[in-house]
Write a protein that binds this ligand. Structure first.
Ligand code: SAM
Length: 254
């Protein structure tokens, strides 16, 4: 197997931190739950984390994409063959939603995969690596379809999901929208209720590991838990900020 294990880049995705996060996930967990799934970089990092694995996100475009990749990999791969690395086609696709779930998923995958910084706004090329391979995306679809075989895909508010699955034997990896930062317009970052999440996590029975931006507000909300500071290089969407490094917090209750 090639070293893919991801399907899409996603704003806030844990591409650069997943190795570190993986070292902090306890062994022998019975359930692995990701309430803020996004591009699922941590879930896909390992072949299998637990017998029960749950991916969840409130963004229906992501949930539809992962369901289609899981259940209809050949159909979405076939659609992707017609989607060229072309600026002209990209600009047309921005405006056509697709009718069936498979068409919608293919169009969403194309827009995210071919856009600058995975923002879904403008066609992206890189000075160092050129354009992305069309074969790469087809191979990733096949690989991720297999990885999702026994993963349950949910489409709920993270708050409800955590309450539903909370048991002593469960492990939650949580990567909510950051208190300062960018996101997509769907499930907007600025409306997220950070205090409500902190309140909920104070009383859960399961284990949790939470990643956040390093801000006074977050440090105060989670002052009763173990907090580790980690530094990573900035992603493509934060390069305009002076300092090259970006500080994040990993917070856990175990
Ligand atoms: C920082 S991203 C997660 C990135 C992910 N860890 C990755 O590696 O790609 C946060 C995700 O939370 C989702 N989200 C925002 N509010 C939510 C809510 N109330 N319930 C569930 N998901 C939510 C967003 O749609 C977004 O995909």
């Amino acid at each position: 197997m090639k070293n893919y294990r991801y399907l899409i880049n996603w704003i806030g995705g844990k591409r650069l931190l997943r190795k570190r996060i993986a070292t902090m996930i306890p062994n022998n967990i019975k359930g692995y739950i990701e309430p803020f799934g996004g591009g699922a970089w941590v879930l896909f990092y390992k072949e299998k984390w637990a017998e029960l694995e749950v991916y969840n996100d409130l963004d229906s475009r992501l949930v539809n994409l992962f369901n289609v990749v899981k259940y209809h990999p050949c159909e979405i791969a076939r659609q992707m063959c017609y989607m060229l690395a072309s600026r002209e086609q990209f600009e047309q696709q921005i405006f056509c939603e697709g009718i069936t779930d498979i068409q919608k998923a293919a169009r969403f995958l194309y827009i995210i995969n071919r856009s600058f910084g995975a923002k879904g706004e403008s066609f992206g090329t890189s000075k160092s690596s050129g354009i992305k391979s069309a074969y790469g995306i087809i191979e990733r679809i096949t690989e991720i379809s297999k990885r999702l075989d026994k993963v349950l895909i949910e489409h709920k508010s993270a708050f409800d999901l955590i309450k539903n699955y909370d048991r002593e034997i469960m492990f939650f990896y949580l990567d909510p929208p950051y208190s300062c930062g960018e996101g997509y317009n769907v499930c907007s970052t600025k409306d997220f209720e950070h205090e409500k999440l902190a309140q909920l996590l104070k009383n859960i029975k399961g284990k949790f590991l939470l990643s956040y931006d390093d801000s006074e507000k977050i440090r105060e909300l989670y002052k009763d838990f173990k907090i580790i500071e980690v530094v990573r290089q900035k992603g493509i969407n934060n390069r305009n900020i002076q300092d090259r490094n970006y500080k994040e917090l990993l917070i856990r209750n175990y």
